[in-house]
Write a protein that binds this ligand. Structure first.
Ligand SMILES: Cc1cc2nc3c(=O)[nH]c(=O)nc-3n(C[C@H](O)[C@H](O)[C@H](O)COP(=O)(O)OP(=O)(O)OC[C@H]3O[C@@H](n4cnc5c(N)ncnc54)[C@H](O)[C@@H]3O)c2cc1C
Length: 410
């Protein structure tokens, strides 16, 4: 009675789905291009932003019954402060962590609690998918020959924002179409390496109102008791610094408070970092193609508004719930999976559109967007609070935000 499921990508979306299936006795195999995250550096200078796992992610963590695991390993999230003033008072369970910390917790759950049902093939990069047949090739690290896998009843594309499955699906399935936009939003991560003991690690901290720079702590080498601090610095283009003095001058303008927390070494290393383009939005006309269904960033990629991992994990929950509704004794597996995927698409596609709408209007490199966001936050009508809610859908958060009127149109 069990479907034969391959999950491509062992990030937050793929892992939450595999754990959800395993909790119902359904096996799956995950193909992950990289090594086991437990063997990798948990952070790197360009991807170690502090992510708050709140409403939408919390729904998924509750769904897989992993609150205790997250509490044990990750820094608790109590809210957000702007220049020391509390603007988000988070009363439910929540955590601040890097993607590496989150994926490590989920991988540990998969390997320790469900090793009989979840087979993770690390260092297996998927290529050449045939979306109708549900087959693909795999390049194993260190081996020259490709190995073919499948056919599977369902192939889950959870291979992230650079999804190669998405590109191949668009070539093979006329009804699956991609649209792309770039809103001009770049990012660099500034490591804060001194005086961080003065900051409260359970809060995300905006240290300046001038141009939003969100600082946060993530697990350090000794775990959550040994936090490392980073601040995300937004740019409207592929900005470069010519020297340490150049960085200092820019930070004096943007956020003088940050200089207290950064040594000259940290600022020099920051000067040399390339800016990452995170303003790209890739949306799809539907979230499936043939036997492939897309989750997380592979379903939609949009500029970060704190919802990438939260939404990725929730999308896995929504797909699992659709599978529960349709995969039943007496129903042909092909029919049941098709119905489940259509059901998932009907529920999650509008959510991807809503979150992209909010993302386009919350560009941290756009001064007007940030001034608007901060004024509304201080007035306690923050759109970001709506989007973090564990009771509202993204579509409902968008509708309520739209009710705030013309201030949100641009
Ligand atoms: C600068 C920046 C800031 C961000 N800030 C936030 C934030 O504040 N809050 C938040 O919630 N999110 C944030 N995000 C986004 C967040 O990291 C992603 O949205 C989230 O990790 C998506 O999860 P996922 O499981 O869909 O994909 P991913 O986490 O990208 O995982 C995909 C996995 O698939 C694997 N893979 C890729 N291709 C293949 C292949 N061909 N074969 C096999 N495996 C493959 C990859 O190795 C990876 O492990 C940010 C992202 C960036 C870049």
């Amino acid at each position: 009675m069990n479907p034969n499921i391959a999950i491509i990508g062992g990030g937050p979306a793929g892992l939450v789905l595999a754990i959800s299936l395993a909790r119902r006795g359904i096996p799956s195999v995950i193909f992950e291009a990289l090594d086991n995250p437990l063997n990798l550096e948990k952070y790197n200078p360009s991807r170690s932003y502090a992510i708050d796992i709140t409403g939408h992610g919390l729904k998924a963590i509750r769904y897989i019954d992993a609150i205790k695991d997250f509490d044990e390993k990750l820094i608790a999230f109590d809210g957000m402060k702007v220049n020391g003033k509390l603007v988000t008072d988070w009363q439910e369970p929540g955590w601040i962590a890097s993607r590496g910390d989150i994926v490590s917790v989920l991988t540990t759950i998969a390997l320790e609690k469900h090793s009989d049902l979840i087979d993770i093939r690390f260092q297996h990069r998927v290529e050449n998918i045939d979306v109708d047949a549900g087959t693909f090739d795999v390049q194993k690290e260190g081996e020259a020959a490709l190995v073919s896998f499948g056919p599977y009843d369902l192939v889950v594309g959870s291979d992230g924002g650079g999804s190669c499955l998405r590109e191949q699906a668009a070539e093979q399935e006329p009804a699956y179409q991609l649209t792309r936009e770039d809103i001009g939003f770049y990012f660099k991560m500034l490591a804060m390496d001194r005086n961080t003991g003065d900051l409260e690690q359970n809060f995300l901290q905006v240290l300046s109102k001038k141009l939003l720079m969100v600082a946060g702590a993530i697990n350090g080498p000794g775990g959550k008791e040994d936090p490392l601090w980073f601040s995300a610095v937004p740019y409207a283009n592929d900005h470069r610094y010519s020297s340490l003095e150049d960085v200092k001058k820019d930070m004096q303008k943007r956020c003088p408070a940050i200089l207290k927390y950064c040594s000259d070494e940290a600022l020099s290393a920051f000067a040399d970092l390339p800016a990452q383009n995170i303003g790209r939005i890739t949306s799809a006309s539907q979230l499936y193609a043939g036997k492939v269904v897309f989750l997380g960033d592979a379903a939609i990629s949009y500029p970060p508004i704190g919802q990438g991992i939260n939404g990725a994990m929730e999308s896995a929950k929504v797909l699992d719930e659709a599978m529960i509704r349709h995969i039943k004794p007496g129903v042909d597996m092909r029919v049941a999976i098709k119905r489940a995927v259509h059901d998932y698409n009907a529920a999650w596609l509008p959510e991807t559109k809503a979150v992209a709408w909010m993302g386009k209007r919350s560009n941290q490199s756009n001064r007007w967007h940030m001034i608007r966001g901060l004024i509304l936050a201080v007035l306690n009508i923050s759109a970001m609070d709506l989007i973090k809610s564990s009771t509202l859908s993204y579509s409902e958060a968008m509708r309520r935000t739209q009710k705030l009127g013309p201030v949100w149109w641009g």
